[in-house]
Design a protein around this ligand. Structure first.
Ligand SMILES: C[S@@+](CC[C@H](N)C(=O)[O-])C[C@H]1O[C@@H](n2cnc3c(N)ncnc32)[C@H](O)[C@@H]1O
Length: 301
């Protein structure tokens, strides 16, 4: 990693390549400049956000759940194993966690690939300020251009794509697809819409305990996979899982004993019965109705 690691960024509106000039990122023609503030590339003008996005920003800027990954290390290890297999021996140079908050996934990617430039993009500046040393935080809207074409080896939406509405998802996927190199890997690790009990929780007061943002909706993996394919990527792996939640995180929720029992039971059911009997799945596997999350890996053609 070096001070020039931000040289693969573009101006979100003009798409002009930016280059590092002291504490600023300047566009090639010198007409646009963005601050580098405490090591954070400041690409976002908050007034450019929609009202919905500004609400989202306030939610995550003021969230009282700092420093706690949602999942235990096993979830990160298995996801990174999937990415490593998809890279087929290639050592990645540039990776990004999109909607990455404090960058828990980006930090683990960097531990696994120590030489990588590990970027974390988010519209919550307060979250980015908590990103670990060595990460490359970018204050940006992930539905807009951020990276120059064909500069990324790995991009991951880790519990973030479902915070975007349909049009925003399309934009974010299209921009990510453009930024990936041929052979680059895209991973989604998101709440799975086909999980039956989730539909009930969405409709009850319990939703307030578990969803920070009232607009969030779980992901229909089959639908999103079709959209990603139209952006020139092939689906290479899809599995439905109930992840091992970080119990310290669950304890911060209202009614936590209820959720602790639920997530631990689902995790064990998944490992002991669903995987051995039904399999972790393909995009239309029956296991999608029985598990909380989906994990999908795509490779750019
Ligand atoms: C549930 S959090 C997940 C954060 C992180 N991936 C993690 O697992 O800790 C969702 C994140 O998406 C971010 N987000 C939502 N919409 C975004 C957008 N349009 N651009 C950038 N970040 C966005 C939120 O600010 C929030 O930090």
């Amino acid at each position: 990693m070096s001070a020039t690691s931000f040289d693969i960024l573009v101006a979100p509106n003009s798409r002009q390549l930016l280059h590092n000039n002291g504490d600023q990122l300047l566009s090639a023609d010198g007409g646009e400049s963005f601050a580098l503030q405490d090591g954070i590339a400041m690409l976002l003008q908050s007034q450019d956000l929609s009202e919905e996005q500004q609400r989202e920003q306030t939610v995550f800027d003021t969230l009282q759940l700092q420093g706690l990954p949602y999942f235990r290390p096993l979830a990160f290890r298995e996801a990174i194993e999937g990415i490593t297999n998809a890279l087929a021996g290639k050592v990645p140079q540039n990776c990004v966690e999109l909607g990455g908050g404090e960058g828990h996934f980006a930090a683990r990617l960097r531990q696994h690939f120590p030489a990588v430039n590990s970027y974390v993009c988010d519209l919550s500046l307060n979250s980015l300020k908590l990103a670990a040393n060595g990460l490359l935080p970018i204050f940006a809207d992930i539905t807009k251009p951020i990276f120059a074409p064909e500069t990324l080896d790995v991009a991951i939406f880790w519990v973030s794509l479902h915070h975007l509405n349909d049009q925003e998802q399309k934009n974010a996927i299209a921009e990510t697809a453009r930024a990936l190199r041929p052979g680059g890997v895209l991973m989604l690790y998101e709440p799975n819409a086909a999980f039956l009990p989730r539909q009930i929780v969405y409709k009850t007061a319990l939703a307030q305990d578990v969803y920070a943002d009232e607009a969030e909706k779980a992901v229909d993996f089959a639908k999103v996979a079709e959209m990603i394919k139209t952006n020139g990527l092939n689906l290479t792996d899809c599995r439905f899982i109930s992840p091992p939640y970080n119990l310290a995180f669950v304890k911060k929720l209202n009614n936590w004993p209820l959720y602790m029992a639920l997530v631990e039971t689902l995790f064990r059911l998944d490992r002991l019965f669903i995987r051995p009997l039904v399999g972790a799945g393909s995009i239309n596997s029956f296991s999608r109705h029985l598990t909380m999350y989906g994990s999908a890996i795509f490779i750019k053609k």
